[in-house]
Write a protein that binds this ligand. Sequence first.
Ligand code: PEP
Ligand code: MN
Length: 346
Amino acid sequence: MVVVMAADATEEDADNVVSLVREAGGEAFVSRSVSRTIIGLSGDIDNLATLNLPAQPGVCDVVRISVPYKLVSREHRRERSVIRVGGVPIGPDTLTVIAGPCAVETPEQTLQSALMAKAAGASLLRGGAYKPRSSPYAFQGLGEKGLQILADVRAETGLPIVTEVVDPSDVDLVATYADMLQVGTRNMQNFPLLQAVGGAGKPVMLKRGMSATIEEWLMAAEYIAQRGNLDIVLCERGIRTFEKATRNTLDISAVPVAQRLSHLPVIVDPSHSGGRRDLVLPLSRAAIAVGADGIIVDVHPHPETALCDGPQALIESDLRELASVALHLSPLVGRTLTPAPAPAMA
Ligand code: PEP
Ligand code: MN
């Protein structure tokens, strides 16, 4: 941590910072130049953070040198992590496709979507039973009935399930059905929810908040890790910008940036970022090329009647191309496409 003193700060101001830091058990090293005084600090960063140094007289700026997230950082673990979801790996050597409907609507629609997901090269099934909708009048999901449908479809197809949880009080219930818990963009900074999924004993997919910086996203992941759960996959799903041609702007650079800062896998959601079916394949190609560890894609057998996000769902005729893109681009980026697990024998 470095404290930059204001140009008009007095010697007493600098001495005050030094004594506060030393009283807190840290060390302070003062460098004076003609126009500025800079104080380098060492010691327990969390302890130093309680000193409220930016508010001290004469302090112009306090710059953190080490990152404000530890467990998920590459300083903590140099090698990139592999997270297993019902036995399916997500990590640096594989490309894992997750696909399924935005929302679970009926048993038939969910099963058909799962078969579509398999045809698209997916090894994990997505589908929301609890939907965090912007409008309170929109379909909110089937709740536990939806979870049961997902479990039935998993039994039939062998695909482990990724499903969202929006309320901390539902985490235990959702975790009894899900292979991976999803925290959506609207809940990225719902700290009680992050702590609850951190204690749920299941892998977590953490979507980037649509207005969150990469650092905020990683600090959100740290909340989960701090509760003892390091099985976290980050998902870039587009951010809010001035651009209106797409639902959100896919921040493709977030993939290599987050992978450099964190050991956690990073996947991309081309469906919720683009918000349009015709963009899903181009954005999927971009995601794979940039080095994403996977993609998560919406599919629907009848998007025209979908209760949620129909315009972005891939249809039957798109699946072969997505499968081919995933299969053929993977080796070009040093990965293999993760195969779908076989259904358990009845
Ligand atoms: C979803 O994946 O169904 C979803 C709601 O996504 P997001 O949180 O990215 O909007
Ligand atoms: Mn959706």
